[in-house]
Design a protein around this ligand. Structure first.
Ligand code: NDP
Length: 280
C-alpha cells in the first residue's frame, strides 16, 4: 500500500508558517516586497503570475506588478531590472519565463542581483548551491526536498536517482539531494540501461518532460517516487512524467499530478522571498 505525498497539504503548511513569520517581521517593522515582471500576455504565464501575486497577498508579502507589452525591448527590460536592483524596498525580483524571442533570457537572469534572485536561476545562486554557500535555491527542486522531508522520508545514505539534468530542475535537484547526504545518480537522454539505474533508487525524482513514460518497471518495490512533470493529455487532463496508476502498485510513496510538486513551487518562491532578508 503506497503513501500519497500531498503537495497541496504540505504547501499550505509552508505558506501558513511563512504567514506567521511575515506577521512577526511586520511587528518589528520589516516589510517584504516582491517585484513581478511579465513581458507579453502569454495566457499560461498570466495564470502563473496571478497565482504568485495571490500567494504574496495570502502570506502578507507586498508585490509590485510590471505588465510590459510584448514589444518591450531587451534594453528597456534590463533598465527596469537595474532600477529594481537598486531599490531598497524591493527584496525579490521575478521575471516570468519564457520571454519573447527577441529578449535574451540568459542576459536577463544575469542582470537580476543575486541578492534578489528569488527564482534561484542566477549563475551566482547556482554556484553557491554547488559549493554549499548561502544563496537562493531554485524553487521546484527546493519544493521536492520539502515534500520528501515533511513526509518523514529520510534522504541521508539513500540511493537517489534524478531523471533529467536541466538547469532549473535536474541539476539543482541533484545538488540538493547531495547536500542532504543522499548518494546521487543523474540520468539523461544518453544514459544507458535507464530502467536498471532507476530501479536502484530508494528515491526517484522524475523530471524528463515525457508524459507518463515512467511506469512500474522503472521502480524498485517500496521506493519514493516524485513526479515533477506537468502535461495535458489528449482529454486536456493534467498528467506527469510518471504513469501514476502503474507506479503506485510498486512505490512506497508517490506524488500525484496535479497536487504533488506543482503547488510546492510557489510555496518555495514565497519562502525565498522571506529568506531574502537574510541574504540582503
Ligand atoms: P527539460 O526538457 O529542460 O529537461 C528534460 C531532461 O530530461 C533533459 O536533461 C533530458 O536529457 C532528459 N530526458 C528527456 N527525455 C529522456 C529520456 N527518454 N530518457 C532519459 N532522459 C530524458 O525539462 P525541465 O527540467 O524543464 O522539466 C521537466 C518536466 O518538469 C516537464 O514536464 C516540465 O513541464 C516540468 N516542470 C514542472 C515544474 C513544476 O513546478 N512542477 C517546474 C519546472 C518544470 P538531455 O539533457 O540529454 O536532453
Amino acid at each position: 500500500m503506497y503513501k500519497l505525498i500531498d503537495g497541496k497539504v504540505i504547501s499550505k503548511q509552508i505558506k501558513d508558517e511563512l504567514k506567521e513569520k511575515v506577521a512577526g517581521l511586520k511587528a518589528e517593522g520589516v516589510e517584504i516586497c516582491l517585484a513581478v515582471i511579465q513581458v507579453g500576455n502569454d495566457p499560461a504565464s498570466s495564470v502563473y503570475v496571478g497565482n504568485k501575486k495571490k500567494a504574496c497577498e495570502y502570506i502578507g508579502i507586498g508585490s509590485l506588478s510590471y505588465e510590459l507589452p510584448e514589444e518591450t525591448t531587451e534594453e528597456e527590460l534590463l533598465a527596469l531590472i537595474e532600477k529594481l536592483n537598486s531599490d531598497d524596498k524591493v527584496n525579490g525580483i521575478l521575471v516570468q519565463l519564457p520571454l519573447p524571442k527577441h529578449i535574451d533570457e540568459d542576459k536577463v537572469i544575469k542582470t537580476i542581483s543575486p541578492k534578489k534572485d528569488v527564482d534561484g536561476f542566477h549563475p551566482m545562486s547556482v554556484g553557491a548551491l554547488s559549493i554549499g554557500q548561502p544563496g537562493f535555491v531554485s524553487c521546484t527542486p527546493a519544493g521536492v526536498i520539502q515534500l520528501i522531508k515533511r513526509s518523514g522520508i529520510e534522504i541521508e545514505g539513500k540511493e537517489c536517482v534524478v531523471l533529467g539534468r536541466s538547469n532549473i530542475v535536474g541539476k539543482p535537484m541533484s545538488m540538493l539531494l547531495l547536500r542532504e547526504n543522499g548518494t546521487v545518480t543523474v540520468c539523461h537522454s544518453r544514459t544507458r540501461n535507464l530502467k536498471e539505474v532507476c530501479r536502484r533508487a530508494d528515491i526517484l525524482v522524475v523530471a524528463i518532460g515525457k508524459p507518463e513514460m515512467i511506469d512500474a518497471s522503472y521502480i524498485k518495490e517500496g521506493a519514493t517516487v516524485i513526479d515533477v512533470g506537468i502535461h495535458r493529455d489528449e482529454n486536456n487532463k493534467l498528467c506527469g512524467d510518471v504513469d501514476f496508476e502503474s507506479a503506485k502498485e510498486v512505490a512506497g510513496a508517490i506524488t500525484p499530478v496535479p497536487g504533488g510538486v506543482g503547488p510546492m513551487t510557489i510555496a518555495m518562491l514565497m519562502s525565498n522571498c522571506v529568506e531574502s532578508i537574510n541574504i540582503n
